[in-house]
Design a protein around this ligand. Structure first.
Ligand code: ADP
Length: 424
């Protein structure tokens, strides 16, 4: 198997978003958790997204991890590697977008790198090099107050110049609108001036398709899921991608099913209430979960005898008032971490008891569960709700498993049963 596209994502949820976008645009895609072992057995796929947690770490570490991911992807035949960053270009003057871009470009030998975080589907557009979030420039958006990477400048040519050893230029929307040949001519002109990276304007998906058609002929590009869309659509019209059967066409997994909810979002609270009419639901005592292992054991003891009869749901979730009480007593981070770990422990014991179809509500909760189960990667399948696909575990020590991992606010009111309907 030779990969048509390799991707390195600087955080897990961004990686999932990209893997889902690639799948929805015709590429069979696996998302791995971290840089995989050299001998990871992959199904026949077109693209691999390696998920790193490198957005806010020391730049040198981000470079080292990204280069290791690139080596793995090139070793699997990837001709093009997309470095996937946030569509709001989350970074500081120290990095990590610029340093990683510089290192990947040096390894690949490209004269110039195309860079665009545009993702019109989520209202991220780039015009004259300025990034807009919805109706306002980046520096007027909520990102100006981000706790780790406050963004005070919407001009990405300036932002990237401060982080990169390269001089940075612009391919503007007028050039993009003229098509691939005009972009190539502009890139050649910039490269002739010694400019080694170019912010590329994009306002509509069609701009990203044009940019994707140019970028795919390079070895490296930098962008968000929007550029992924452009690259996938460029590959979909070329023979390089296999376009095999979808993950959901694979044989059913069967086995017991369970749902875990650690999200306290309004959407998830509504989904738990709705599930009460459809399956047994256990609401955990968060105080007891933080205090020690007994509450998790109670949950496992409650669930296991019921699994033969159908799916169950276990929820730590509370209302904002209930959450505030727990956080006041234990501190926000300590309470969150303890509950996540308790939920991960419950997941581990349910899987040991035969659960092979697992739905998890909550971004951090999902991360803790996936880390605990040590699943190396996922093949992305059918979409349960926008942005929430069915995931088939790849090379998991537990054998065949299906998972659905959702951020708190995602999904309709019947999310848990919608998910289980698609997880056979
Ligand atoms: P979301 O995707 O909605 O943000 P997360 O799982 O990312 O959900 O975050 C929810 C956080 O709240 C986790 O850290 C989780 O452990 C914590 N949590 C879950 N239940 C409770 C509760 N009853 N009280 C306080 N914190 C809770």
């Amino acid at each position: 198997m030779t990969l048509a596209l390799g991707c390195i994502a600087d955080d897990y949820t961004g990686a999932s978003d990209l893997a889902n976008t690639l799948t929805r645009n015709g590429l069979r895609t696996v998302q791995t958790i971290g840089v995989p072992r050299g001998d990871l057995a992959l199904p026949d796929v077109d693209a691999v997204v390696v998920s790193l947690k490198s957005r806010s770490i020391v730049a040198a570490d981000a470079v080292a991890k990204s280069r290791a991911a690139e080596r793995w992807l090139r070793g699997r035949g990837a001709g093009h590697v997309l470095f996937k960053v946030c569509s709001t270009f989350d970074s500081t003057d120290a990095g990590n977008i610029g340093p990683v871009m510089d290192a990947l470009q040096a390894d690949a030998g490209d004269a110039i790198v195309l860079v665009t975080p545009a993702f019109p589907g989520t209202a991220r557009t780039v015009y004259k090099g300025n990034l807009f979030v919805g109706d306002v420039p980046l520096n007027e958006s909520p990102l100006k107050d981000h706790p780790l990477n406050p963004m005070h400048d919407a001009d990405l040519v300036r932002v990237l110049s401060r982080q990169s050893r390269s001089r940075v230029g612009l391919v503007d929307l007028g050039t993009v609108a003229q098509g691939p040949a005009a972009i190539q001519a502009r890139l050649a002109e910039l490269a002739g001036q010694g400019i080694r990276a170019a912010i590329v304007d994009a306002v509509f998906d069609r701009d990203l398709e044009t940019i994707g058609a140019v970028a795919i002929a390079h070895r490296v590009s930098v962008g968000a899921s929007g550029l992924g869309l452009g690259l996938a659509r460029a590959l979909a019209t070329s023979p390089a991608a296999a376009h095999g059967t979808d993950a959901e066409a694979a044989p059913p997994v069967g086995g017991a099913a369970a749902c875990l909810a650690g999200s306290c979002s309004q959407a998830t609270l509504g989904q738990i209430a709705e599930a009460e009419a459809r399956m047994p639901v256990l609401r955990l005592d968060p105080e007891a979960l933080v205090a020690g292992p007994d509450e998790a054991s109670r949950a496992v003891g409650w669930a296991v005898p019921k699994l033969a009869g159908g799916p169950v749901l276990i929820a730590s979730s509370g209302t904002p008032e209930q959450v505030a009480v727990v956080q006041q007593r234990h501190g926000r981070e300590a309470a969150g971490h303890a509950i996540e770990q308790a939920m991960a422990g419950i997941a581990e014991r349910l899987v040991a008891a035969g659960v092979r179809r697992l739905v998890v509500a909550g971004g951090e909760t999902s991360g803790a569960v996936v880390d605990r189960l040590a699943i190396p990667g996922f093949l992305v399948g059918a979409e349960i709700a926008p942005g929430v696909p069915v995931l088939r575990a790849v090379a998991a020590r537990q054998g065949e498993m299906l998972l659905a991992l959702k951020s708190g606010n995602f999904g309709g009111s019947a999310f848990f049963s919608d998910a289980l309907c698609l997880m056979r």
